[in-house]
Design a protein around this ligand. Sequence first.
Ligand SMILES: NC(=O)c1ccc[n+]([C@@H]2O[C@H](COP(=O)([O-])OP(=O)(O)OC[C@H]3O[C@@H](n4cnc5c(N)ncnc54)[C@H](O)[C@@H]3O)[C@@H](O)[C@H]2O)c1
Length: 334
Amino acid sequence: MKFGLIGAGRIGRIHAQNLCRFLTDVHLKWVTDVFEASARDCAEELSIPEWGTDYTKMLNDPEIQAVVVCSSTDTHTQIIRAAADAGKHVFCEKPIDVDLSQIDQALQSVQQAQTILQIGFNRRFDVNFDRIHKAVASGEIGTPHQIHIISRDPGPPPIEYIRKSGGIFLDMMIHDFDMARFLTGHEIIEVYAVGSVQVDPEIGKAGDFDTATVLLKFDNGVTGVIENCRKAVYGYDQRVEVFGSKGCISADNRVPDQVTVRGSRNIHTTLPLHFFIERYQESYIEEMRRFAEAIRLQLPSPVSGEESRIPVVTAMAAQRSAMENRPVKLNEIA
Ligand SMILES: NC(=O)c1ccc[n+]([C@@H]2O[C@H](COP(=O)([O-])OP(=O)(O)OC[C@H]3O[C@@H](n4cnc5c(N)ncnc54)[C@H](O)[C@@H]3O)[C@@H](O)[C@H]2O)c1
């Protein structure tokens, strides 16, 4: 299968490398980026035959079966629609968009084209979180009562990224909103969010929070808490716990080695894997493998557009809750 990739930035380079090195049934034929140097460098590094600045040229290539969209969030739905109209399957990074009407139009184009759209909620494909998902679904910890998700970055992205990101709830916590429903198997109905600026005043000036805590209420009475911060001095902090009637299951941070150093004053372990590129490397390969498999075997999308719209609604409710200082029901948004 021949694929093309749009947006050779932080995550685009990861997907490009994975497609070239780990997906034996996929040939990455094209890479495009509005910055010519980014597209050219990526093509040269990975021996990708075609590159350019205009993705529409790539969409006109009849050999291209699917495109991987890794450009900034504000371009996603426009590209999904153009790709669907050209009959291409799409893997698109999260979030689909920050505007529900744009999302709905894009989903309609995909529906009409009968193509596959998969959204990049890669954490579902992490071995630890997949194990938690299966434990909860099989009843291993009984009826789930509470979920706690901690998700902190080692440092904030550039301020230009923050300005285009849609804010901490839509850009960062969106992964955790998706994980909360994926792990519990239930729908969030209400959120109460508080946000603050603790890390960088520039983020506040851009109209965003860098630290946020959200209380979740689910349709079956489960409650949850999600904590996000753009900076944790000890590195990427990714922990999950689900507590239920028959027990509790949790995943701690993953570390690069299993070494413990014992001294006369302290006992040390190694810091967590530094950031998403290191921590979620296998999950990025696995989500792409599943995308290729869905195309090859004509399976439903492993993470559909319709399902991926829900965390966007949740994030919007959290944003409103933080601004209005009150709990917000999701049906107030959509
Ligand atoms: N799933 C994850 O773990 C994960 C991690 C990081 C980023 N993301 C998502 O991926 C997307 C990109 O994030 P990033 O951190 O790689 O950003 P980035 O700024 O590093 O890269 C984006 C790239 O897209 C290019 N671009 C912008 N508009 C374009 C267009 N119209 N055509 C072609 N190229 C275009 C930019 O020049 C840039 O090189 C965002 O939506 C972000 O939310 C997901």
